[in-house]
Design a protein around this ligand. Structure first.
Ligand code: NAD
Length: 485
């Protein structure tokens, strides 16, 4: 499969029960290039009937997949890992085309996302239960771990590969079958992944992919089916809430990886240059379109000016352009709505008194670009501090005491990623314990790691992806009491 093959139509249907097929009724929808809005290709527009057919296939494959030895499941994941490595350039190119990110960043995502396959290939053979003596005697207490059963995965457009592998990897390792619904903006990467998993030997029906523009109807129908046992969603908090409500009737297991509003706290004892370096990663990875993206910069007054000046100089020097062009560091945002939303957050902050140190607007011309922006003196109550920006904008506010930093950092409904720059070990421990976040980065702007439990609290959701915790999301526990003297 080369880069161009990945755009060819043979893999643009629905992938159900191990074969590619058109949508019921033959409808399709366009996949657009966010760098200029042109049509790249089109894919099948699956219906509710198609989604139920995909669930039928997952249900039919569940029992034999659960009985497949863990080592076999592991080896399929490992083979897929090798194939993805071989095709990393092509996958990165494809992802850059449909999502907009620079090819080098897309390659980083292929490598990061693929590590979930390696990690969970290593975890599959280590699933185990317990054996213990009843503390009061008379029996033995055995626990057995079993796959949850057929799963439904809904993934976002911002990391088209990694948001899939974080769910697919542990599900395959645990012995679950699945129906995946990728974001309508970026279906091609998921379809390419399905083709690779099939080539790696994944049995028919274990993974099914339904591309569709009817996400609400499809998710309602699939979740209303009592055969579905689990839903895992990555996306916005409002959609997450809807899916949680829909899970209630059949009491489906759930993992919800939702929005964030990450504070990036720089103390006066921090290495400011290192903090600027970390800020570039935490803010600019994926053009700021990441749930872990630094959203609010909280900087001690004594170092605020130095930090802001250095960050503005670095952000202002970034090369904005088409993701496939050499030298591009910042690609387009996903669509016009995204540019409008970032523009209005920046305008409101500026009207409220914020100063623009660099950037501040969308450039003219085609495509959905936004110039990297640094704002200082942002009023504490500005909307930009309350909402996920999802764009290349760094708003800076200041604090003077550690307590103030903690209370400002925690003053949000979200609780996903947070970042702290300090050289004081005791402070590091106090911050890790007092920040209401699922993840705390200390002197680093990059938290995502397949070996660590990624996830949030509060309105950022629940459940963990990656780490030792990642596979638990796909396992049930049966306790067996055995009478014994
Ligand atoms: P979104 O919620 O609009 O869409 C995500 C997915 O949900 C897409 O596949 C979409 O088609 C689908 N969807 C939309 N409405 C639906 C419905 N009613 N029922 C079922 N599915 C539906 O989010 P988005 O704009 O694509 O992605 C950005 C959001 O994702 C941000 O809030 C970001 O923080 C979040 N995100 C979270 C993580 C994390 O791990 N916590 C990672 C990446 C992105």
């Amino acid at each position: 499969m080369s880069g161009l093959d990945l755009l060819a139509p043979e893999h643009h249907g629905l992938f159900i029960g191990g074969s590619w097929r058109e949508a019921e009724g033959g409808a399709s929808f366009a996949v657009l290039d966010p760098a200029d809005g042109s049509e790249l290709t089109s894919v099948a527009d699956g219906t509710v009937g198609d989604a139920i057919a995909a669930l039928d296939a997952a249900v039919a494959a569940q029992a034999s997949w659960a009985r497949t030895p863990p080592r076999t499941r592991a080896e399929i994941l490992r083979t897929a890992f090798e194939l993805i490595n071989e095709r990393a350039d092509d996958l990165a190119h494809l992802m850059s085309l449909e999502m907009g990110k620079p090819v080098a960043e897309a390659k980083g995502e292929v490598s990061y996302g693929n590590e979930f396959f390696r990690w969970f290939s290593e975890e599959a053979p280590r699933i185990h239960g317990r054996w213990m003596e009843n503390p009061v005697g008379g029996s033995r207490l055995l626990t057995v771990r079993k796959p949850v059963g057929p799963c439904f995965f809904v993934t976002p457009w911002n990391f088209p590969l990694a948001m899939g592998t974080r769910k697919i990897g542990p599900a395959i390792a645990a012995g679950c079958t699945m129906v995946v619904k990728p974001a309508e903006q970026t279906p091609l990467t998921m379809l390419a992944l399905a083709a690779i998993l099939a080539e790696a030997g994944l049995p028919d029906g274990v993974l099914n992919v339904v591309t569709t523009t009817a996400a609400p109807q499809v998710s309602r129908a699939v979740q209303a089916d009592p055969r579905l046992r689990k839903i895992s969603f990555t996306g916005s908090t409002p959609v997450g809430r809807t899916l949680v409500k829909q899970a209630a009737d059949n009491l489906q297991r759930m993992s919800m990886e939702l929005g964030g509003n990450a504070p990036f706290i720089v103390f006066d004892d921090a290495d400011v240059d290192a903090a600027v370096e970390g800020a570039m990663v935490a803010k600019m990875r994926n053009m700021g379109e990441a749930c872990t993206s630094a959203n609010r910069f909280l900087v001690h007054t004594d170092v605020a000016e130095e930090f802001a000046t250095k960050l503005a100089s670095r952000m202002g020097a970034l090369v904005v352009g088409r993701g496939q062009d050499d030298g591009t560091q910042v690609g387009p945002l996903i669509d016009e709505k995204a540019v409008d939303s970032v523009t209005s957050l920046v305008s409101a902050a500026v009207e409220g008194g914020a100063k623009v140190l660099t950037g501040g607007s969308a450039p003219s011309g085609p495509g959905y670009f936004f110039t990297p922006t640094v704002l200082s003196d942002v009023p504490a109550d500005a909307e930009i501090n309350a909402q996920e920006i999802f764009g290349p904008v760094a708003p800076i506010t200041t604090f003077t005491t550690e307590d103030e930093a903690v209370s400002k950092a925690n003053a949000t409904e979200y609780g996903l990623a947070s970042y702290v720059y300090t050289r004081d070990l005791s402070r590091t421990i106090r911050m890790a314990e007092s920040l209401d976040y699922g993840m705390v980065g200390v002197n680093t702007g990059l938290l995502s790691n397949p070996a660590a439990p990624f996830g949030g609290m509060k309105s950022s959701g629940f459940g963990r992806e990656g780490g030792f915790e990642g596979i638990d999301e796909y396992l049930e526990t049966t306790y067996v009491g055995i009478a014994a003297d």
